[in-house]
Design a binder for this molecule. Structure first.
Ligand code: FES
Length: 613
């Protein structure tokens, strides 16, 4: 049987950019034998590349025999057909990995083997190579397994380039984003003794924002999260902890919660971790675990500049994304955040707030009872202005009144998020304040909004009051207040298309022309252009830089709350906040370059070729 079908248009992982020879196929019982070419077209030691239905082969003549191996070096994809043979050892000409030509075994202990294929010289004088019937799928799985091992190595070696290469190979081989994100989350939570880190947060954000990002930036997003994980991981596993032994007369939740809060207060992370693991082991609902964590997070004032709430939210989003697979590891780091981060009642900055808030906290149960009994709508836009007041004491009073009247706590969180967007948009570049502060309240308010979705409770109300105080503290970041583009404000230039506007936006970002970028976004929104394209562009502006956590957080909150509201001014303010935050930061582009190089390799371009001729 002859079949000359070639998949020359396909571009599987590591497809090579050199001429490949046509083949014919002949079936055997288990293998399908493909005719390659006449045996006497080979010189001794010579390698030739072939491509058979998605399988790349390097075929060699050595010592009067013929050998075939995968043509893609498992290190970085260099075509093995361009390698050389010395004493039966096939040498890759890029970084000198060495392989047994016959079996494909790699001489480097940590290196992956090359897949070897049987070659027959038949009576017709032609060479035939045997590929298993499922070879294409097997090759795809090999590339995925190889990619996962390569990703593990990249994470361990803290090499952005190796991570990028592994991600590109995995995605080209059809690995789902979930597989990659899951691996990264497991590595980041297991191979560290830290809290919920920036890397696992960014990876969770990649999952959340997947559809808001241009598909051509998806790999880049994954590489951002994974490379931050590699930097924050020690490489050694977190100390082992187990749930409590099972028993018939199990402790009630009240006791476990009391213990959990006690051990968090005493900063005894091991004990608190065991309680969380016990909850998981006993199959308690997510709302129970969330209640434990949010109660402990709000037992202290604005724990960790709001990161305890924010990271707990990200942890639950990550757990939902992987459907709680591997939850025992993913649950543990948050305890470190609960015990180890700043408790603001211990700081001088909050000394004025504690005497105001403590009496309110003594009334929490009655506030909660009233809130659950009554019902009242909130004018989110109007209430946002209340939250932006200079003094927190009157605002605290109004918040208590609104809650007692039955306003949904999530609506107050939405107003707090809107107010935080305004704080961000009004952050003056001349202000020497910390950009992280505005990002922290913005992501905290959103995290609290999510927390009330998971586990609403009287105790969680404390988080609202903490946020109210911090928003007031941040008023000085708006002194002087930056200008916000006025409705109808335009730059003195014209644009022929949406694309031209978005290209210009990227140029403004390149030169940190923050206000020009805001005016342009303002115009874009007013003229009703495609919001999806704007989201892609803002994401790209962020992803092409070596962006740090807060930039990602701001982007997500802006996008989510843009989608949540019908109010045009609220939508505008969220997008202006994101534009301002992202264009005001000037960073490096190392992650972009590593990912681009990995993608070039996967397309078969050779990095060792000069591109400056
Ligand atoms: S050794 Fe083959 S690509 Fe590096």
């Amino acid at each position: 049987m002859r079949d000359t079908t070639l998949s020359s248009q396909e571009t599987p992982t590591g497809s090579i950019n050199i001429e490949e020879l046509p083949v014919d196929i002949v079936e055997d019982q288990e293998l399908v034998y493909h005719q390659l070419c006449s045996a006497d077209s080979f010189d001794d030691l010579e390698g030739k590349p072939f491509h058979i239905n998605g399988t790349h082969l390097a075929v060699f003549k050595y010592d009067e025999k013929y050998y075939a191996v995968d043509n893609r070096c498992p290190h970085m994809g260099y075509p093995m057909s361009q390698g050389s043979i010395r004493d039966g050892v096939l040498i890759c000409h890029w970084h000198h990995w060495e392989f047994d030509l016959k079996s494909g075994g790699c001489f480097l202990a940590s290196g992956d083997d090359l897949k070897a294929f049987p070659v027959e010289l038949r009576d017709d004088g032609y060479l035939y190579v045997g590929l298993a019937k499922g070879e294409r799928e097997a090759a795809r799985r090999r590339v995925i397994d190889q990619g996962k091992r390569a990703l593990e190595r990249g994470l361990k070696d803290r090499s952005t380039f190796f991570i990028a290469k592994a991600v590109t190979a995995l995605r080209d081989a059809g690995a789902t984003p979930n597989e990659i994100i899951h691996q990264g989350l497991h590595y980041g939570t297991h191979k560290s003794s830290d809290g919920w880190s920036s890397g696992v947060t960014i990876l969770t954000l990649a999952a959340n924002l997947w559809d808001d990002v241009d598909p051509k930036d998806h790999n880049l997003f994954l590489v951002h999260g994974l490379s931050q994980i590699s930097r924050r991981s020690s490489g050694s596993a977190r100390p082992y902890r187990a749930p409590f032994p099972r028993m018939e007369d199990a402790h009630d939740l009240e006791t476990l919660l009391r213990w959990f809060r006690y051990f968090i207060e005493k900063r005894h992370s091991g004990a608190a971790e065991r309680i969380l693991l016990t909850l998981k082991d006993r199959d308690y609902d997510k709302s129970v675990i969330a209640d434990f964590i949010y109660t402990a997070a709000t037992d202290f004032y604005f724990t960790g500049d709001g990161h305890a709430i924010d990271f707990a939210n990200k942890m639950f989003e990550a757990l939902d994304y992987v459907e709680w697979e591997g939850a025992y590891e993913i649950l543990r780091p948050i305890v470190v955040d609960l015990v180890g981060r700043t408790r603001h009642e211990e700081t001088s900055r909050w000394a004025d707030a504690v005497p105001v808030l403590e009496p309110v906290f003594e009334r929490l149960d009655s506030i909660w009872d009233d809130n659950q009994t009554n019902e009242c709508d909130l004018d989110i836009s109007g209430f946002t202005q209340t939250l932006l007041g200079d003094e927190f004491e009157p605002t605290v009073k109004v918040v208590e009144e609104k809650l007692r009247a039955g306003v949904d706590p999530r609506d107050i969180c939405r107003a707090m998020t809107y107010a935080s967007a305004i704080r961000t948009a009004r952050f003056h570049l001349k202000n020497e304040g910390d950009w992280h502060d505005v990002a922290n309240i913005y992501s905290y308010a959103h995290g609290l909004y999510q927390a009330f979705g998971y586990a609403p409770s009287a105790n969680l109300l404390r988080g609202i009051f903490h946020g109210v105080v911090f928003l007031a503290y941040l008023r000085w970041l708006n002194m002087p207040a930056a200008r916000i583009p006025k409705p109808g404000q335009r730059l003195d230039e014209t644009y022929d298309s949406e694309k031209q506007m978005l290209d210009r936006l990227q140029e403004f970002a390149d030169f940190q022309k923050v206000f020009e970028a805001e005016i342009l976004v303002n115009q874009y929104l007013e003229e009703g252009y495609d919001i999806r394209s704007l989201k892609h562009t803002l994401s790209h502006i962020l992803l092409r830089e070596d962006a740090e956590l807060h930039m990602f957080q701001v982007l997500e909150v802006a996008f989510r709350h843009y989608d949540l509201t019908e109010d045009a001014e609220e939508k505008r303010m969220h997008m202006l906040a994101a534009t301002r935050y992202i264009t005001a930061q000037k960073l490096m582009k190392n992650i972009l370059w590593s990912t681009e190089n990995a993608e070039r390799l996967a397309r078969g371009e050779l990095l060792n070729e000069r591109d400056d001729d």
